[in-house]
Each structure stands twice: as C-alpha cells, then as structure tokens.
Design a protein around this ligand. Sequence first.
Ligand code: DQA
Length: 142
Amino acid sequence: MKILVINGPNLNLLGQREPDIYGKGTYLSLVEMIKSHCEKKHIECEFFQSNHEGAIVDKIQEAYGKFDGIVINPAAYTHTSVAILDALKAVSIPTVEVHISDVGAREPFRQISYVSFYASKTIAGKGFQGYLEAIDFLSNFH
Ligand code: DQA
C-alpha cells in the first residue's frame, strides 16, 4: 500500500509557527514520526509540502494510479480551495483530511472545509497523532 501525505502552506514552519496552537514539533519531526509508523505497518509513504495551491493540485493529479490513499492537511487552503477539492474528486483516491489544531473551536472563517466534501474522514485537534490515525484509517479502508 502506498500513501501520499500532503501538507499545505506554512506547515513547513511547524515548531516555529504559533507553537501554542500547533505545538513545538518541526515539519521534519512530523515526517520522521509518520515514516516510522508506516514502516511498522509495511506501508510505503511519500511526503509533499507546498505553500502553493497549484503545486498541490498538480501533485494530486500526479497521484492518479500511483497511490492507494492520500492524507492531506490543506492548511489555510482548507477554507478556500475548490481547486484542491476538485482535484481530489478527479483522481478519486481515498482521502483523510487532518488538522493539527481543533479547527471547530477556532475562528468562524475556519469552520468551512471544502476538502471535507470529498474526504472519507476528518481528524482535527489531535496534534501530530492525527496523521497516524489517518494512516491507520486508510490502511483498514484498503
Ligand atoms: C490547520 C488549520 C488551518 O485553519 C490553518 O490555516 C493551518 C493549519 C491545522 O493543521 O490545524 O494552516 O490546517
């Protein structure tokens, strides 16, 4: 099984960025944590982080026929991007949406998620652990 893990804008700054909300762990430590979880489960995983909406759309399109699942934290694009939603629908790969923070308890503008119109599951407010739960969900789904 092959899973693509996509992280959107500003998540490259994890650790430095609003640590009271997103924690002290860096993007690199997040990748290492997911990698070791996937190794234990014999799941192949690939990582992609971009601050650019179009680059995320391109990556999702390229995933067609190559990946069995997508874990995506679209970050701020969660709340704005119909293009990312449409790309996920176009490739039709099972997808779990992850948010490190509890978006439901934050500002009103964070209450809409376009990606959630496609994602099989949304995990929010569980920190980095949410990504591992997303991997487990997709591996059971497979
Ligand atoms: C986020 C929540 C979003 O509202 C925000 O724009 C992010 C990160 C999260 O992981 O909690 O960049 O997706």
